[in-house]
Design a protein around this ligand. Structure first.
Ligand SMILES: N[C@@H](CCC(=O)N[C@@H](CS)C(=O)NCC(=O)O)C(=O)O
Length: 338
């Protein structure tokens, strides 16, 4: 695929996801929630896939929804199974080595972009959904009747990850955080002109300033108050990558999280370190989901972003130089901060 298809007038152009069905608790639906029926295909480097990896563990769905990991960075033919660093050697369902073949199995005429995450139905051999924001909601709500009662949304502190009284507030946050931060870093990092870079860089940092203000305003622990919600999960995967890849590789370098955003860095460290000690499972709140899905993959993030930018912006030309810093990916959480 030509790298130019990623741009329009020098601006990075993200295409919308194409498979948008939902899993439902209703046994009569097209995709009913059943144990062992669905598989989540991910690359741990992708912040979009990472959201769904977190949601699967947070919800205690490890035995209910399979997780199939591809290689941590794209190959010449897109996402692939390598058998290295957590990737399966090949697709466990059909023996494919390229993720593209799964898209083609679901739709032989598929010509869109082959992306992760991907939720697959093993029973009807097709893709249910490849849009991370919708996959998170599926994982959050559709399987609750198969879970022990303390893991169901109604019994979570604060009423769950997307509770009715907070939906409007969460949707509002998600909307500008997605445009300016989650996707914003890509618009900066994949800009093909100085004008496009400048146009996205300043709004990105204005939005980070706004998050910092929210998190420091009334000593709140999470974005919408006392309880963890979907908005935190969605923001986390961008912020945890910020100093390691977006700052040095995507040139999002007006400020860094660790030096310029103390409230956000505390919020990040609280999520990251929960459940990190040996033998510790993590609080009921996170079940160690943030640490378990980030720590084993941190050292592999940079190469993926270097190759991604080289492909999208430089048409695969030039040397591959991977920044090694920062020396400490994420600082420890002091006992008094916990
Ligand atoms: N809106 C989608 C975006 C997914 C996406 O763009 N994934 C990237 C990984 S960071 C991908 O697979 N890119 C491969 C490509 O564009 O060729 C979602 O949130 O699920």
């Amino acid at each position: 695929m030509a790298a130019t298809s990623y741009h329009k007038d020098g601006h990075f152009n993200r295409l919308s996801s194409q498979f948008r069905d939902l899993v439902s608790p209703d046994p009569a639906s097209r995709f009913p929630a059943e144990k062992g029926r669905y598989a989540l295909y991910v690359s741990p480097t992708s912040p979009w896939a990472h959201r769904t990896m977190i949601a699967r563990i947070l919800k205690g769905l490890e035995e209910i929804v399979d997780l199939y990991q591809v290689h941590h960075h794209l190959g010449p033919q897109g996402w692939y199974f390598s058998g290295k660093e957590g990737s399966l050697p090949k697709d466990p369902l059909y023996g494919f080595t390229l993720l593209r073949d799964l898209y083609l199995k679901a739709d032989p005429s598929f010509s869109g972009r082959v992306t992760v995450p991907l939720l697959w139905d093993k029973k009807t051999h097709t893709i249910v959904n490849n849009e991370s924001s919708e996959i998170i909601r599926i994982l959050t709500s559709a399987f609750d009747h198969l879970l022990p009662s303390h893991l169901r949304e109604v019994n979570r502190p604060g009423g769950g990850l997307y509770p009715s009284p907070l939906r409007q507030e969460i949707d509002n946050l998600n909307s500008w955080i997605y445009n300016l931060i989650n996707d914003g870093v890509y618009h900066v990092g994949f800009a093909a002109t100085q004008e496009s870079y400048d146009a996205h860089l300043y709004p990105l940092f204005d939005a980070l300033d706004r998050v910092e203000q929210i998190l420091s305003s009334d000593g709140r622990k999470y974005l919408v108050g006392e309880h963890l919600t979907e908005a935190d999960v969605r923001l986390y995967t961008t912020i945890v990558r910020f100093d390691v890849v977006y700052h040095p590789i995507f040139q999002c370098n007006l400020k860094s999280i660790r030096h310029d955003y103390p409230a956000m860095y505390l919020w990040l460290r609280r999520l990251y370190w929960d459940g990190s000690s040996e033998g510790e499972k993590g609080s009921d709140l996170t079940r160690g989901a943030f640490y378990k899905t980030t720590a084993p993959n941190f050292a592999n993030y940079a190469i993926g972003y270097v190759l991604g930018r080289r492909f999208v912006v430089f048409d695969n030309q030039g040397p591959v130089i991977v920044p090694r810093g920062p020396k400490v990916f994420i600082d420890a959480l002091l006992e008094v901060e916990g």
